[in-house]
Design a protein around this ligand. Structure first.
Ligand SMILES: Nc1ncnc2c1ncn2[C@@H]1O[C@H](COP(=O)(O)OP(=O)(O)OP(=O)(O)O)[C@@H](O)[C@H]1O
Length: 803
């Protein structure tokens, strides 16, 4: 048996996407029953046409007249429809059409797979046409069997390929239908013939055997009974032999049946062996839980939760707010290239280093010369010549990468005489940034091969940025913030900005109510006072703990999963669940902060850096002095993504990058980026203050939220309330807390934490005060405390009695 070729993997076919209009259960019932009834009516009209079609023919010409009567069981409409489909269309195969309409109704009613229905329709129409052509072959023009279309197609085919050609085409059509629709193969046809042959021969032989069986001796009890019965009803003329023969046939019947069963089994076996047969895997529907059902219903009724709805009309900043620079686009200076190449080759030759080949890649600020040294040259020898090469090229910022990872060449980066500005506009407009599906995409600039460099802050998950003064840090921070403003809706991301220099980030004040987060009692969202930073950082830690609690309750592992679940309405807002925006904490001049606040800042920063990645809080820390007492081991360990602008010493470079290189950069946004392994040289995108101003103004002039995003309140240990039960010493939020607890009838500290955005300690203290006031019962282990007041009226009365 010829083996069919192993199937090669098909390239994924682009699936036709149906427009996504979902029907509610009620709409499905209406549409489904409409289709089922239509299918039946069409069928009735067609059947009637077989009897009344001829009579109705004349009436059809005066169809519009009300007085003209038709005989069709569905009257004029039925007569018209059947004439259209059967007489002028496809003949009697049109019945299949009514079947397809009926089937569609059943599919809609029973909520079956649309793709299967599509298959039924495709093959249904195929067979309608095929049958119509087949009957058209034999019939005449007005024949009900083939219809006009069948006849016309036939005569067309016969004009071009003759009768024989038409017959062969029909046979081919049938084979195609059987092969694809019913998975018939050549082998299976042969098997059918074989089994039929076997069947017949078996039957013949068994018949022959029957005749020689000595009936009288072998009759079973059952046979005896039948024999008796036959005897009773025996016609006088029937002989005894005849009766016995009948009985023998009856008793032998099971044997014949078992033979045919055997044939069936062999058929099945041959099917199993057949390699061309595809196995169909039944899709098993996942059982939905009660909450899933509710969520599905809510989504069906209201659609997915849209966090952007409150600012539904929000418009993202347009590209024309960003400046276009003249000096954009790489210009190739052939003379410079040639000159540098000759110098590199000469310098290396002076040290007896031969070069096999050299290649140049021109970037916005530096050109990378990749050389392949001749065999036998030690790489370290070239690496040691860094200064000599720099001297001979009389250029700053030469960096030697020996070898370039994964390439087997040695790279020498030489700054271009005229560098080109990488504008923010060009990177934002790039396809890479526009089409990215990253969660927090940041267009940092362009690489040496002039590709836009986009990274995902959510994956980093935190970023450390260092560089000497005036080398492009602030511009870098602005580039990061601008990227996010161009890609994220105010509902999706919030910034916490810490700016001890007081001037760098002030422009972002305009978007306070859109994008910024702040402490409830602070006036300014941008934090310039170092003491306030401590509160904010601790508040972020509380927010982190709260978010972890929410994620734990929702059984999600990260913020993306949680938000997805919330959007599909599987989380109940009454349980404190809400859509969680990403929070990006930007700290400029971190060194200054460490100097003034020291450990108090370091601890929460380290906590956030260690834990906050899963719950969507990301840190960006910038510093001028990347010395070891600023970037401590614990901070460094949690900031795998680092950006180094030009630094003044090799030691600084080592602190920030764990290697040299940053000291050889040329400044003005020239930077090295690492995410733990390779160093990538990137020219940072340039965004000027007026551009940032235009963007913030554009956003700030639009409708905003009533307030900035409020972080949970943090009460420093020293100004916290004591556990005293004295009424005057109660927490400020005591009454609010009592209302929350009584309304929810649930005495738990975590409820207070969520509803009032409190830290754990403060919520715990309030619960103790509530207990002392007789509002909640005593601590009951893992269970929530009992609430002793039943409603708000009783609560008011209770509190008044106290005074
Ligand atoms: N990506 C860039 N492309 C071109 N020029 C740049 C780029 N980044 C910075 N510059 C130039 O360098 C100057 C200083 O940049 P920036 O203000 O960002 O430095 P800085 O590192 O923040 O300094 P400081 O720490 O003192 O605030 C800018 O005014 C600009 O002229």
């Amino acid at each position: 048996m010829a083996k069919s070729k192993p199937k090669t993997k098909k390239a994924p076919r682009k699936k036709f996407k149906m427009p996504n209009f979902k029907l509610s259960s009620q709409q499905k019932l209406v549409l489904g029953s409409f289709l089922v009834i239509s299918g039946l009516l069409i069928c009735i009209a067609f059947i009637s046409h077989l009897f009344t079609g001829k009579i109705d023919q004349s009436a059809l010409s005066e169809f519009a007249s009300r007085h003209v009567k038709t005989k069709n069981w569905l009257s004029k409409f039925g007569a018209w429809l059947s004439d259209l489909f059967i007489q002028r269309g496809f003949g009697i195969s049109s019945f299949i059409f009514s079947g397809l309409v009926f089937l569609s109704g059943v599919f809609v009613l029973m909520n079956l797979s649309i793709s299967k229905l599509r298959k039924h329709w495709f093959w249904g129409i195929f067979i309608i046409i095929w049958i119509s052509i087949l009957f058209g072959f034999f019939g005449d023009k007005n024949d009900v069997l083939g219809g006009t279309i069948g006849f016309e197609v036939n005569s067309y085919l016969q004009d071009y390929i003759g009768k024989t050609g038409t017959v062969l085409l029909l046979i081919f059509g049938l084979i195609t239908y059987l092969a694809i629709r019913f998975k018939v193969t050549f082998e299976s046809i042969i098997n059918v013939f074989k089994s039929a042959k076997k069947d017949i021969s078996d039957e013949l032989s068994s018949n022959a055997e029957n005749q020689v069986v000595p009936l009288n001796n072998n009759l079973t009890e059952e046979a005896e009974a039948i024999k008796e019965a036959y005897k009773g009803s025996l016609d006088e003329t029937e002989s005894k032999e005849e009766v016995e023969e009948k009985v023998a046939v009856t008793t032998l019947k099971p044997e014949v049946a078992s033979t045919s069963f055997e044939v069936k089994v062999t058929e099945e076996e041959s099917e199993e062996d057949d390699p061309s047969l595809e196995i169909k895997v039944e899709e098993v529907k996942e059982e939905l839980s009660e909450t899933d059902n509710l969520a599905n219903k809510l989504v069906e009724d209201f659609g997915q939760f849209d966090p952007t709805l409150e600012l539904g009309k929000f418009q993202f900043p347009t590209l024309d707010l960003l400046k276009k620079y003249d000096a954009e686009g790489i210009k190739i200076n052939q003379a410079e290239l040639e000159e540098n190449k000759n110098r590199i080759v000469d310098t290396l030759n002076n040290y007896k280093i031969g070069i096999a080949s050299i290649k140049a890649t021109i970037g916005p600020t530096v050109t990378l010369y990749e050389i392949v040294p001749e065999a036998g040259i030690r790489i370290s020898k070239i690496k040691n010549l860094e200064d000599d090469i720099a001297l001979s090229l009389s250029a700053l910022g030469i960096r030697i990468i020996a070898p370039i990872p994964g390439k087997g060449t040695i790279g020498i980066e030489v700054p271009n005489k005229d560098s080109t500005i990488v504008s923010m506009r060009s990177v934002i407009a790039s396809k890479k940034f526009q089409t990215t599906d990253m969660q927090l995409p940041i267009a940092l600039g362009k690489t040496i091969s002039n590709e836009t460099f986009v990274v995902d802050l959510a994956k980093m998950p935190h970023m450390l940025m260092a560089g000497a003064t005036g080398q492009g840090k602030s511009v870098g921070l602005n580039a990061v913030l601008t990227s996010l403003l161009y890609k994220k809706h105010p509902a999706e991301v919030k910034f916490v900005l810490v700016d001890p220099k007081k001037v760098e980030l002030t422009l972002f004040n305009k978007i306070e109510r859109h994008y910024l987060a702040k402490l409830p009692d602070s006036e300014e969202a941008i934090i310039t006072d170092n003491n306030k930073v401590i509160n904010t950082l601790n508040s972020l830690c509380i927010e982190m703990d709260n978010r972890y609690e929410l994620l734990k309750n929702a059984m999600c592992r990260n913020i993306a999963e949680y938000n997805e679940k919330f959007k599909s309405r599987k989380l109940n807002p009454n349980d404190g669940h809400q859509f969680l925006p990403y929070i990006v904490l930007v700290v400029d001049e971190f060194a200054d902060l460490i100097m003034t606040a020291g450990k108090e800042v370091e601890t929460p920063i380290a906590r956030l850096a260690q834990l906050a990645r899963a719950i969507g809080i990301h840190l960006i820390i910038a510093t001028q002095r990347p010395s070891v007492n600023v970037i401590t081991g614990i901070i460094k360990a949690n900031f795998p993504a680092r950006i180094a602008f030009r630094v003044t010493s090799k030691i600084d470079s080592r602190t920030i990058l764990d290697g040299s290189g940053a000291d050889q950069l040329i400044g003005r946004g020239d930077m090295l980026y690492t995410q733990g392994n390779d160093l990538i040289r990137v020219q940072c995108a340039f965004v000027d203050t007026p551009e940032v101003e235009r963007i913030t103004e554009f956003i700030g002039s639009q409708k905003a939220y009533p307030d900035a995003y409020l972080l949970p309140e943090y009460v420093g240990e020293e100004d916290g309330t004591s556990l005293d039960i004295d009424i005057s010493d109660r927490d400020k939020l005591f009454k609010d807390a009592a209302v929350v607890i009584v309304t929810a009838q649930q005495g738990s500290a975590s409820l207070l934490q969520r509803k009032l955005k409190l830290g754990y300690n403060r919520a715990g203290r309030i619960i103790d005060q509530l207990e002392a006031a007789g509002i909640v019962g005593p601590f009951e282990g893992s269970k929530a405390r009992q609430v002793l007041i039943t409603d708000l009226i009783a609560l008011d009365a209770h509190l008044e009695n106290e005074i």
